[in-house]
Design a protein around this ligand. Structure first.
Ligand code: C2O
Ligand code: CU
Length: 425
């Protein structure tokens, strides 16, 4: 459709993404060491899928299911994934959302590789060096292919647990051709969990809209955002949180001594943990303020911040086109940095909805929100939730040479032009 005219895909050529003739992602792969290797095969194909509400959908899926197979590895392992395409004509890639890896493995069609056509294959390889909750999705015509189902969970378990829990579940929220699903289901998910038990919930928002999540019947802590631990997370009881498109929130939930705990989204999805009576619904929620938190491992030195380069990115709408600084994807000059530079991005949401801003190949530390510095704390993300009127400053260490996309993770917005490149000299 015309809406997808700006989709980043195989129509790129070197000039539209701001490439110098000498630049490419080739040859930037991680050298083989002696890490244990984990191998997967993901085959993309068209399927007809009957949802649990009786509805039949035409989907595009990895290994016949959406979400695709959960990839679950341990910190330090080498992950090798062979992508095959059976019959998706425009080709498929896989982007490993949130993973810091060599640019050649980043899976962006038309930038880091050509899309994998029917009958072809491509092998991705990276070291799972940072534990956390991630996800994967096609990055060829992604606004179309993600909604059709080409996505899945990617979990990197820590070598050593920082917190005590014996049970965990990953919950992926998606909109399959418009229908909201949690782990592929339109109905309540029932999860067994004993009274008093600690359960880690890894929540992934793979939809285009922001979801508001409430937890009834149990106290919980938000222990990580985008795969990065929050420092000394407090116990929350009547607090809702918002998870923007592309983001992940990890909760550590303490089951009640009696009755169920219910996690639900404002789009009507729910996970029911435990057995017994339903918790009393609450009406006195406040909203979780993540700017009060920090990570134990800040990227930026506290107090004495040196910035080599600063950029301002205004996310907004120009006529009907989603834009950055009034331009859309092919007109936006790339940010060009040198390895080792300390970069500050000021990200302003000038309207047109929520714009969760995602940076490939790097993480960033949030320095301020609406002019208020996040003093003494550090929240590290790969996808920044921004609402209309908000402004943020974030700090990026330029430490991963290559060609990297930055875009709104409402993939409809990104396909309408709210995308740009961060390239290295
Ligand atoms: Cu999860 Cu460029 O995206
Ligand atoms: Cu947006």
């Amino acid at each position: 459709s015309g809406m997808n005219g700006h989709e980043h895909g195989t129509m790129h050529n070197a000039t539209t993404i701001g490439l110098q003739p000498t630049q490419s992602c080739e040859a930037m792969t991680e050298k083989a060491g002696n890490e244990p290797v984990r191998e997967y095969e993901l085959t993309a194909a068209q399927h007809e899928k009957k949802l649990d509400n009786g509805q039949t959908e035409q989907v595009w899926a990895f290994n016949g299911i959406t979400p695709g197979p959960e990839i679950r590895v341990t910190e330090g392992e080498r992950v090798r994934i062979v992508l095959k395409n059976t019959d998706i004509k425009e080709g498929v890639t896989i982007h490993w959302h949130g993973i810091i890896l060599p640019c050649s493995q980043d899976g962006v069609a038309g930038v880091t590789q050509e899309a994998v056509k029917p009958g072809e294959q491509f092998t991705y390889e990276f070291i799972a060096d940072h534990p956390g909750t991630y996800w994967y999705h096609s990055h060829q015509a992604s606004s179309v292919q993600v909604e059709k189902g080409l996505l899945g969970k990617l979990i990197i378990e820590p070598l050593k647990k920082r917190l005590e829990y014996k049970q965990e579940e990953a919950l992926l929220i998606q909109q399959l051709n418009g229908t909201w699903l949690m782990n592929g289901s339109t109905k309540s998910l029932n999860i067994q969990a004993g009274p008093g038990k600690a359960v880690r919930l890894r929540m992934i928002n793979a939809a285009n809209e922001t979801e508001t999540i409430s937890v009834n019947g149990a106290a919980y802590r938000i222990i990580a955002m985008d795969g990065h631990d929050l420092h000394e997370p407090g116990l929350l009881e009547n607090v809702q949180f918002q998870i923007a498109a592309g983001q992940r929130y990890d909760l550590l939930l303490r089951m009640p001594q009696e009755g169920k705990a219910i996690v639900e989204t404002d789009s009507g999805l729910r996970a029911v943990l435990g057995a017994g009576s339903d918790p009393k619904p609450r009406s006195d929620y406040s909203l979780f303020d993540w700017t009060n938190y920090g990570a134990p491992d800040p990227l930026a030195p506290v107090g004495n911040l040196i910035i080599d380069k600063s950029y301002t990115l205004e996310l907004g709408q120009k006529l009907f086109v989603k834009s950055i600084n009034g331009k859309s994807f092919h007109e936006i000059p790339p940010i060009v940095v040198k390895e080792g530079q300390r970069v500050k991005l000021t990200i302003i949401n000038n309207g047109g909805g929520d714009h969760p801003f995602h940076l490939h190949g790097h993480v960033f530390q949030v320095l301020s929100r609406n002019g208020h510095p996040l003093t003494g704390s550090s929240v590290i993300l790969d996808t920044l939730a921004t609402q209309e009127g908000e402004s943020y400053e974030v700090y990026v260490m330029a430490d991963n040479p290559g060609l990297w996309m930055m875009h709104c993770h409402n993939l409809r917005h990104s396909s309408m032009g709210m995308s740009m490149m961060l390239n290295y000299e």
